[in-house]
Design a protein around this ligand. Structure first.
Ligand code: ADP
Ligand code: MG
Length: 858
């Protein structure tokens, strides 16, 4: 196959392809040794030749084959990323997950014995990049944003898109955009116009399903070569359950206990769906098999076995903990049956979201497990070293999975999908796969979100099983039947772009002058209705010019012409690493000194709810991602809202968002810290991220609003009444199409009826066919229900709930959302003023009349 690019010609004529190593590196001895075992290392030559001779190369290799850690090093050694070489630009590697970007940068820096300012990372909140950076790991979102300011990516000599098989939305868009950037850089180089060489693109994938990229003619006119790295994969025996049970959490514990007690040494990796399940399983396993549990057992045994001759030992035990020892002895002899019965009762009504249910008595849990497993509590001697892994876990705790377990113990990692492909955990020999994953599903038609636990794909199941075969032959226990697997599992997971709102990426594309989004070379195109909806949202926000077709579309949703051009406002909005709604709030935030507040608000909204929600405190049947509060008392949360730190912002109960604002303010006044977080039931990681995001957004604001003048304001003083009102107006501007109206206001169904709380009070939300309700966690929940609100989220559990609710004045809707309104002909009111009646949104809700001169046409 003849190389076609100018660059490739040059390589052929000037460099011998065999002279690949041009930069010397020194690796620590243990790394040199470990690298030898990686299958990809033997493929260095063919990989580098392919990269030098082709603009695009696809590398496929099983997880753990060394793609992420080694390919950047091959490139570095070949001279990419070194200022003195032929390819001086940075080596950029994108990851769909922050945790991978950070940990892989650290790993590669270590392998190359280079400091973090040479092998760096950049994620939304954080960066170690410097002018001397040679290798940069980043999230796919970071690179996508860089394209808006430098479409040629002139800093880079090569871009490596990692984990392409995951089909994250940003990765898909990046591949589409980069296919164009490559051509531009090549053309400019050929024409002698650019001082940067053509860009190389490497796409890496853990599965062989690359046809969406490789055989996509609109992406790459010449199909890129695909290099398969033969995995040094040991055989993994797959065991299906005969039956599929719904309580997969208990099944996972049972299976793990069986493996631990009956099978030879080797790490166990358990795949579950979320944090709740993971912390619950870790607790139960710890109670039974943890180091402390086994130590307790040993003591008990010693106590029971001890004879008069071992007088000293007995005395020791009795002396130190006489009462304790007594109770335990009693339990052992008499309490057994009772404990089982009790445990059974508790367990029958217990779900995993009920963290308190079994906390009281670890022994009970232990006996329960014994009974389920048919184990004698004394037949285990090897303790488990149990490590949880999920994305909300603090980074330093996430890193624990890479550490060797204490000698004589068995590593047990209880993980979400994170361990499926991004991270390779050493020493795993057994995989327990529940076959499910928790996914955020988003209904494109009405914006309702739901967290759903659903079956994974066959490809994912294969990935999970593969984790057992890295160190030697392994076993994968699937907690579902082979029939279910065959008939109900999809071959591959659906790309994210088909499942999530896309207004953010559409705005990014528009800011890169990609106007006709329908013609964009998506690896898997979203349907036209979704694109149309995204353009509509952007036009409501003022980011796109309201083209006539979009306006008509408000009335006739079938019209799918999309041609909106980015406005000045939209361009400003695209500078922020945020959802367009939040950027919209920022873009108008410079009045009345509101910027520091709105920056804090959008930071908190972007990071997500920092509050820990304890089941029972507020219950709606939601499976909160954060049900585990480590036994903290429930009243503490309420107490928090009475503490002296509290900002007056909360006092007027007009917005849930102000509660977030007040906790951000209080956190900074307290000087941050873990103690504050545990005292006030907020997640330390979330608070830390909010803090960093505030600083970062403040910098972007300062660079782009010369008049704004405020840098980062760490300590906020409470906003005044006027500011609170302006903040609610800004929230209205961002959530302009996420409006709900109390139902009786629309149909006069219960005119005159007095409500005291929001409980059971129906609202209509624009474009949503069913009634919605204010979530019980809202600050408004126990007050008189407001007539008009905007909201940040629609979540379906037992009902459709609105969350992040803010009380608004309907007059703001008609002035902020003119493109969503139609207006009646002006009529004279009793006092002689010209009034018009606005009708709002696709349902044509009648809003209170406003003065005709208040109507601004878009
Ligand atoms: P791939 O990208 O193909 O899945 P990686 O390059 O991530 O493979 O991993 C290659 C090897 O490097 C794995 O065997 C893994 O155990 C090891 N490794 C990766 N990160 C670390 C780390 N932080 N500490 C120790 N070993 C690591
Ligand atoms: Mg990898």
């Amino acid at each position: 196959q003849l190389p076609t690019t100018a660059f490739a010609q040059q390589v052929l004529h000037s460099t011998s392809p065999t002279a690949l190593i041009s930069v010397n590196v020194s690796r620590p001895p243990d790394v040199v040794e470990a690298r030898m075992l990686l299958p990809i290392v033997t493929e260095e030559q063919p990989i580098m030749e392919a990269i030098l001779l082709n603009p695009v190369v696809i590398i496929c290799g099983e997880t753990g084959s060394g793609k992420t850690t080694q390919v950047p090093q091959f490139l570095f050694e070949a001279g990419f990323g070194s200022s003195t070489s032929d390819n001086p630009g940075i080596i950029g590697i994108t990851q769909p997950r922050r945790i991978a970007a950070m940990s892989m940068a650290a790993r590669v820096a270590h392998e190359l014995s280079l400091p973090s300012f040479r092998v760096s990372y950049q994620i939304r909140y954080d960066a170690t990049v410097s002018p001397n950076t040679s290798i940069k790991f980043m999230t796919d979102g970071v690179l996508l944003r860089e394209l808006a300011t430098d479409f040629l990516l002139s800093k880079y000599s090569v871009i490596v898109i990692d984990e392409a098989h995951e089909r994250s939305m940003n990765t898909d868009i990046l591949i589409g955009v980069l296919s164009r950037v490559l051509k531009l850089r090549d053309d400019m180089w050929k024409a002698g116009k650019a001082d940067v060489k053509p860009l190389r693109l490497v796409i890496m994938s853990a599965t062989l399903r690359v046809s969406d990229f490789a055989e996509n003619k609109t992406l790459f006119s010449t199909p890129p070569p695909v290099i398969n790295v033969a995995a040094r994969q040991h055989p993994v025996t797959i065991h299906f359950n005969r039956r599929t049970r719904s309580d997969y959490v208990t099944e996972a514990i049972k299976k793990t206990a069986k493996i631990h007690t009956r099978l030879p040494p080797g790490g166990i990796l358990i795949f579950l769906t979320g944090q709740n399940e993971i912390t619950g399983v870790c607790r139960k396993l710890n109670a039974k098999f943890g180091v402390k549990a086994l130590e307790r057992k040993r003591q008990k045994r010693q106590f029971a076995d001890s004879t008069v001759e071992e007088h000293d030992t007995v005395n020791m035990n009795v002396d130190i903990q006489p009462a304790h020892a007594d109770i335990e002895a009693e339990d052992l002899d008499l309490g057994h049956q009772q404990a089982d019965d009790l445990a059974f009762d508790v367990d029958a009504g217990m779900t995993d979201e009920d963290p308190d249910a079994l906390d009281s008595d670890e022994d009970t849990e232990e006996h329960q497990l014994d009974k389920e497993l048919g184990l004698d509590s004394d037949d285990v001697d090897v303790p488990m070293h149990i490590v949880p892994l999920y994305s909300l876990l603090p980074s330093e705790k996430q890193m624990l999975v890479f550490m060797a377990p204490p000698p004589g113990s068995r590593l047990v990692v209880v993980s979400t999908n994170v361990a499926e492909t991004s991270l390779t955990i050493p020493g795993i020999r057994y995989v327990v796969d529940c076959g499910r994953a928790k996914e955020r599903r988003y209904d494109v038609a009405n914006g309702i979100q739901a967290f759903q636990v659903s079956w994974i794909s066959k490809a994912s199941a294969a990935q999970r099983a593969g984790r057992a075969g890295r160190t030697g032959p392994g076993h994968c226990y699937r907690l579902y039947s082979s029939a279910l697997f065959e008939h109900h599992f999809d071959q591959f997971a659906q790309p994210e772009i088909l499942r999530m709102p896309i207004e953010g990426v559409v705005l990014q594309m528009k800011s890169m002058h990609i106007n006709a989004v329908v013609n964009f070379p998506f690896p898997t195109p979203p349907d036209r209705a979704t694109l149309f909806r995204a353009e509509k949202v952007l036009s409501y926000l003022g980011a796109l010019g309201v083209s006539s077709s979009v306006k008509k579309g408000l009335m006739a949703a079938g019209d799918s012409s999309v041609d909106g051009q980015i406005t000045e406002l939209g361009r400003l909005m695209s500078l922020f690493p945020l959802s367009p709604r939040f950027s919209r709030m920022l873009a108008s935030g410079q009045h009345h000194g509101c910027l520091p507040y709105i920056i804090s608000i959008v930071s908190a909204l972007s990071v997500g709810d920092p509050f820990l929600h304890e089941e029972g405190l507020v219950s709606d049947g939601t499976d909160n991602e954060d049900g585990d509060v480590d036994g903290l008392v429930k009243t503490g949360r309420k107490e928090f809202f009475r503490t002296q730190h509290m900002h007056s912002a909360l006092g007027n109960f007009t917005s849930d968002v102000f509660r977030m604002l007040s906790v951000v303010g209080a956190y900074e006044f307290a000087g941050g810290g873990l103690q504050f977080c545990s005292q006030h039931f907020v997640r330390p990681k979330a608070m830390e991220e909010i803090h960093k995001l505030r600083a970062q957004i403040s910098n972007i604001v300062q660079a782009n609003f010369p008049s704004a003048g405020t840098g980062f304001v760490p300590k906020l003083v409470p906003p005044n009444e006027l500011q609170l009102k302006v903040l609610r107006q800004l929230l209205t501007a961002g959530f302009v199409d996420q409006v709900a109206v109390r139902k009786d206001r629309l149909d006069n169904s219960s005119a005159g009826l007095k409500y005291t709380t929001c409980k059971g009070v129906s609202y209509r939300a624009m474009g949503v066919p069913e009634d919605v309700f204010i979530h019980p966690s809202s600050v408004l929940a126990n007050r008189e229900p407001p007539e008009y609100v905007v909201f940040s989220e629609l979540i379906r559990t037992t009902r459709v709930w609105i969350k992040g609710v803010t009380v608004v004045n309907p007059a703001w809707l008609s002035s902020l959302a003119t493109s969503l309104c139609t207006f009646s002909k002006p009529t004279k009111s009793i006092n002689g003023e010209l009034m018009v009646v606005p009708r709002f949104g696709s349902d044509g809700w009648e809003l209170p009349a406003i003065k005709a001169d208040k109507v601004r046409t878009p």
